[in-house]
Design a binder for this molecule. Structure first.
Ligand SMILES: NC(=O)c1ccc[n+]([C@@H]2O[C@H](COP(=O)([O-])OP(=O)(O)OC[C@H]3O[C@@H](n4cnc5c(N)ncnc54)[C@H](O)[C@@H]3O)[C@@H](O)[C@H]2O)c1
Length: 351
């Protein structure tokens, strides 16, 4: 039986060097609910807050040590204490801001999705490369302890060869800006799970096939349910299935699971955004399963760990994990899934 799963093995190591100054551009919901509380607890140095609705910037700034508050991005990038701009506007608003921030020589930590299209995402990566600034995308799910614990099992070979990665998520976001943004469920929210499929398998697929449907009376402009099938190099001997029904009108039947199936055993991660549990069961003792409670959350370690990776990468002078360049593969998969669901055909990934 598998005995060992210690928090120290799967919790992200947060940086001790907190010299870099962070400036938020966009102080909306994600900053208010997730980034601000996580950065505050981790002791990160927030030195400027910018939102065109200046009250929102003021509200975030009140949680830190007297940062600059401004509605103007020009003023934020001119602030000498800002080393990293945490770009928390919507994907379709990012490109002109990236041009402005990179031209000022500031490093960029971008919310996901990096851009609504692959062309725009590639342009953003090129702009940052040409300006010599670091670009990281906040795929914070990769730093969330539940996902790190699950990946650890695959990395350590505990499950044998992992041949199937399966995601099942049932929730409801048929309201607000989620409903207004085209292809939100795949390209915006769903990019977390698409990116995690790369994290768990260690591979980017060759081919993407997706199915979606509109549902009667829905508010959203695009489908809020998908199933995505990912096909890899035959030599990798793995397949992924991602199912996200984000328009479930019966909350009692919400659900969130990842399964990894391997040649030696299987793992089930339940409730990765809340009080997560990880169960494992093995071929050599099929009647038994062990369940571990995971220490740490998507909300704190996820967000603090992701920015922590940016800070550590800057300190160590290296490219961060989830760099803009790396993230292009996740965007490529998401837009391929949209194309596949529109055409009914599998889409080959190139580049
Ligand atoms: N990582 C995650 O898990 C996660 C979760 C939710 C949202 N997000 C992402 O975060 C981004 C923002 O989402 P949100 O829910 O916070 O949206 P939001 O609408 O609540 O906030 C966006 C803010 O940006 C401000 N803004 C827009 N353009 C600006 C500009 N030029 N200058 C200054 N301020 C500007 C707006 O006034 C608004 O306050 C989206 O890309 C979304 O996908 C990520």
């Amino acid at each position: 039986m598998f005995q060992e799963l210690k928090p120290a093995d799967y919790q992200p190591v947060l940086p001790s060097d907190l010299r870099y100054g962070i400036g938020f551009v966009g102080c909306g919901n994600i900053v208010l609910r997730s980034q601000m509380p996580a950065y505050k607890r981790a002791g990160y140095r927030v030195v400027a807050c910018c939102d065109m609705m200046v009250e929102k910037a003021r509200n975030i700034a009140a949680n830190f040590d007297s940062p600059l508050v401004t509605p103007n991005v020009e003023e934020l990038v001119a602030h000498p204490e800002v080393d990293i701009v945490d770009l928390a506007v919507h994907a379709h608003q990012r490109l002109p801001l990236v041009e402005q921030i990179a031209a000022a020589g500031k490093h960029i930590f971008s919310q996901k999705p990096l851009a609504p299209s692959l062309q725009e995402a590639e342009r953003i990566v090129d702009i940052c490369r040409d300006a010599g600034v670091t670009l990281m995308v906040n795929q914070q799910a990769r730093w969330a302890p539940p996902h790190r614990a699950l990946r650890l099992l695959a990395e350590r070979g505990v499950l044998g060869h992992v041949y199937a990665v399966t995601h099942i998520y049932r929730a409801y976001q048929d309201y607000g800006w989620y409903a207004e943004h085209e292809d939100f469920n795949i390209v915006d929210h769903g990019i977390h799970y698409i990116d995690l499929s790369r994290y768990f398998t260690g591979h980017t697929p060759l081919r993407v096939k997706a199915t979606t449907t509109m549902t009667p009376g829905q508010n959203a402009v695009s489908p809020m349910i998908y199933t995505i099938l990912l096909e890899y190099e035959p030599a990798h001997e793995v397949m992924s299935t991602l199912h996200f029904n984000n328009i479930v009108s019966a909350p009692a039947l919400y659900d969130h699971h990842w399964y990894l199936d391997g040649t030696h055993g299987s793992a089930l991660l339940s409730n990765p955004m809340g009080e997560a549990t990880l169960s494992v069961s093995f071929k050599d003792s099929p009647e038994q399963a062990q369940t571990f409670e995971i220490a740490g959350t998507w909300g704190y370690e996820g967000f603090a760990g992701s920015m922590g990776e940016m800070l550590r990468a800057m300190e160590e002078g290296r490219e961060p994990a989830c760099s803009g360049r790396d993230n292009l593969d996740s965007i490529r998969m998401a837009v391929a899934a949209v194309e596949s669901s529109n055409t009914g055909e599998s889409v080959e990934l190139r580049g």
